[in-house]
Design a protein around this ligand. Structure first.
Ligand SMILES: NC(=O)c1ccc[n+]([C@@H]2O[C@H](COP(=O)([O-])OP(=O)(O)OC[C@H]3O[C@@H](n4cnc5c(N)ncnc54)[C@H](OP(=O)(O)O)[C@@H]3O)[C@@H](O)[C@H]2O)c1
Length: 275
């Protein structure tokens, strides 16, 4: 039987998810596995990876946890080589690993070289390394799906948010460059733009999680709400989507408002009222 929903079926597909041990990456790995894919999850810490692998294996899926630092290209090459060796192919790459940062970082003059590189390398260079490592394999097979993960900060500014906003803007442009270059070989690239989800990363990166007052649906995202769109972008159902951005944010970007933490300048407001 060939139903519409068969197009979403990922059996016999292999997906690599970086940062697959926690937060959004964990939910992506679980969703891809539940859609039938074999999953390889990568991250620096072994314990969270093992926990996710145990769940997947307990549910009857196949999962290979591989300790990897995406900022090290030799570790990234090893991750993709191992994945191909174990499952013979990689159909889907999800570049999700990253260091999360909200507003209210440091003033630009206090940011050190290593602080800048740390976030740019984890969020942007890591995605480049992974895409580079798998691109020829996907081209040779004539198919592949690359799913990058940006942020609303990749599309707008944030107060004292330099590395994160720059890296996530770069991820969008990396997606477009990949889409334009690899599309002709049957390899598509798209980009997720998550809103605010309660994860280890957002809790660590903010003194308190941002409130939902700027989210039109009136609440923060629940991590497992990211699963279905990743399955869609990994599946044949999205074959004609390439170079696109997919926001999953309760309408936050559509509303156009973002908290800046700035109080309006009183004098200026009064002057404006007088003219
Ligand atoms: N949650 C949100 O509201 C939100 C909003 C917009 C975008 N995002 C994006 O969504 C992605 C996932 O974030 P999250 O919220 O789920 O946060 P998270 O739970 O902190 O997840 C980040 C993951 O990336 C991994 N990671 C970080 N640096 C790495 C490195 N150098 N090498 C390998 N793995 C690395 C971490 O594992 P290890 O520490 O074990 O390496 C962790 O599993 C990030 O790209 C983030 O920017 C999240």
């Amino acid at each position: 039987m060939n139903t519409l929903f068969d197009k979403f079926n990922l059996s016999e597909n292999t997906a690599v998810i970086t940062g697959g041990g926690t937060g959004l990456g964990r939910e992506m790995a679980l969703a891809l596995s539940r859609a039938g894919a074999y999953v390889i999850i990568a991250g620096r810490r072994q314990n969270p990876l093992k926990e996710v692998a145990d769940i997947i294996i307990h549910e009857g899926g196949k999962c290979l946890p591989v300790q990897t630092d995406v900022t090290d290209s030799s570790e990234v090459n090893r991750l993709l080589d191992l994945s191909i060796k174990k499952f013979r192919k990689v159909d889907v790459l999800v570049n999700n690993a990253g260091i999360v940062a909200g507003q209210g970082g440091k003033p630009i003059w206090e940011i050190s070289d290593s602080e800048w590189r740390n976030v740019i390398d984890a969020n942007l260079t890591g995605s480049f390394y992974c895409a580079r490592a798998i691109s020829q394999h996907m081209i040779e097979r004539g198919s592949g799906k690359i799913i990058n993960v940006s942020s609303g900060f990749g599309l707008r500014g944030g107060r004292d948010n330099y590395m994160y906003a720059s890296s996530k803007g770069g991820v969008i442009q990396l997606t477009r460059a990949l889409a334009t270059s690899l599309g002709r070989y049957g390899v598509t690239s798209n980009c997720l733009v998550p809103g605010i989800f309660r994860t280890e990363g957002t809790i660590k990166s903010q003194e308190q999680l941002p409130r939902a007052e700027f989210v039109p649906v009136g609440r923060l995202g629940i991590p497992n709400e990211i699963g279905p769109i990743v399955v869609f972008l990994a599946s044949q159902a999205s074959n004609y989507m390439n170079g696109s951005l997919f926001s999953v944010d309760g309408g936050a970007l559509a509303g156009g408002y973002a908290p800046t933490d700035h109080k309006p300048f009183k004098e200026l407001s009064e002057n404006i009222l007088l003219t």
